[in-house]
Design a binder for this molecule. Structure first.
Ligand code: SAH
Ligand code: SF4
Length: 448
């Protein structure tokens, strides 16, 4: 990408969808069986519908020719086959990176990115999909295009899973299959944890999507109560923590929820996850030239993670127009990684995929939103320059933590209810709620 538009914090909010039908991908098998029985269908239909949803290439109920017309019509009345209204694809890296911009029925945009890694030596081919858990994000990391959009809404289970079903259909048509799934698209997964856990269960259920649990990664900017809740579940999913700075003053700026959960609390919670699950935690570190890539930063990171057995991924920052920052140079990244390795940490230097299609999380959706005035961008850059200077001088931020975070260690945003609570109930055709009304089971809308 050579030219980028700058996202606006105040986006026109599209009219809410009046479609009350839940997506079939978020409906539990027992519920689906109950619905089919209610419709007078024999028990074996549940398996046929499951095959159509999880194993066929059909993009709609119309295309499910294994079911009779009246049944297709009856199901279409009650359940959406697909919650993604429309998908726009952009290719990069000689077609090895495919960025999908998904329009949800209420007009909101979310992204997923499919990355193909050909087989090399001993290593088998990989196809990794990066998916979104929210439209926008409340955390507001200043180097991230999604953070700049602000929070719009949580996705439900089906909206998360349908990004994966879309990618699967594209892969199958090329004779490939999905090998890895990462929650590293738009949104903070641990601030929409019920739906994320629900989707992860659907995706790793052998009778549904069937991905191996160890091939699924959930990335967080450090929501400590969410990490604790995952720890209590002890899944085999991989946890990735977006650290970006080992010192609180700098992390207050780069990951604003550090003002609520400081870096040591985040690393302690992640260590708890590793101990409970036996899974190595990986740390993401976006490299920003002259800001978080000095030898002192590397040493602070090495001290923070000493003896944890964790792995650090160094990622050159994808440029985003509203910041004054650039990616670290390859030489600085090598030097940083070298210091970490010398201190005994595992390190991978990641290549940025799909720069020309704006592959940093949220960039495509941001491009589609209204462009703020140049003067607002200039002011924002100035503020970031001043804040960087203060952070480098070791001053903790005086700004409050972003609104919308859970209050304490077990706050109200992260409910302790069963994951199914995040999915919508099956609508009966004769009981449709009025258009625009908040539907039962839908997450409450939050604003920044
Ligand atoms: N909210 C979660 C998951 C989504 S962000 C989290 O922060 O972990 C996924 C990853 O993309 C994070 O590690 C984030 O820091 C990174 N990212 C965001 N903007 C980026 C940019 N401009 N350049 C490189 N990586 C970026
Ligand atoms: Fe949200 Fe993650 Fe972007 Fe930070 S990096 S704003 S937490 S999506």
């Amino acid at each position: 990408m050579t030219e980028r538009t700058v996202p606006s914090r105040v986006r026109p909010v599209p009219a809410a969808s009046s479609d009350p039908r839940p997506g079939v991908a978020g409906v539990e098998p027992t519920e689906l069986a109950g619905l089919l029985a209610e419709m007078g269908e024999p028990a074996f239909r549940a398996r046929q519908v499951g095959d159509a949803v999880w194993r066929s290439e059909a993009p709609s109920w119309d295309a499910v020719t294994t079911l009779g017309l009246p049944l297709r019509a009856g199901l279409a009345e009650r359940l959406r086959f697909d919650t993604v209204a429309e998908t726009d694809l952009r290719l990069a890296d000689d077609d090895a990176t495919e960025k999908a911009l998904h329009r949800l029925p209420d007009g909101r945009l979310v992204e997923s990115v499919l990355m193909h890694y050909p087989a090399r030596g001993e290593r088998r081919e990989r196809n990794t999909l990066c998916i979104s858990s929210q439209a926008g994000c409340a955390v507001g990391c200043p180097f991230c295009a999604t953070g700049e959009l602000g929070f719009e809404r949580d996705l439900d289970v089906a909206e998360i899973v349908d990004q994966v079903r879309h990618a699967r259909r594209r892969l199958v048509s090329r004779g490939r299959h999905l090998t890895n799934l990462v929650f590293m698209g738009m949104g903070e997964p641990l601030l929409n944890l019920d739906a994320v856990i629900g989707a992860a269960r659907v995706l790793t259920d052998a009778d549904r999507f069937g991905l191996g649990a160890r091939h699924l990664t959930i990335s967080t900017s450090g929501v400590v109560p969410g990490i604790e809740r995952l720890t209590a579940l002890s899944p085999q999913w991989t946890l990735a923590v977006s650290l970006h700075a080992a010192r609180d003053a700098l992390r207050d700026l780069l990951v604003p929820l550090n003002r609520r959960w400081p870096v040591r609390a985040v690393v302690a919670a992640a260590a708890g996850y590793a101990a409970a699950t036996g899974r190595r935690v990986s740390y993401e570190y976006v490299m920003i030239d002259g800001l978080n890539d000095t030898p002192a930063d590397a040493d602070a990171l090495a001290r923070l993670l000493a003896g944890s057995g964790s792995h650090v991924n160094c990622i050159p920052m994808n440029p985003v127009a509203h910041t004054p920052w650039q990616a670290s140079t390859p030489e600085r990244i090598d030097a940083f990684a070298g210091r970490l390795r010398a201190a005994g940490l595992g390190v991978t230097i990641r290549r940025n995929r799909g720069q020309e299609v704006g592959a940093a999380c949220g960039q495509l959706a941001a491009e589609k939103s209204a462009e703020p005035a140049a003067v607002a961008v200039a002011r924002r850059r100035e503020r970031l320059v001043a804040a960087s200077r203060a952070a480098l001088a070791g001053e903790r931020s005086q700004e409050p933590a972003p609104p919308g975070l859970p209050a304490g260690s077990q706050g109200p945003v992260i409910a302790q209810t069963a994951p199914r609570a995040a999915a919508r109930p099956i609508a009966r055709p004769d009981r449709r709620p009025a258009a625009g009304r908040q539907l039962p089971g839908l997450p409450q809308r939050r604003t920044r």
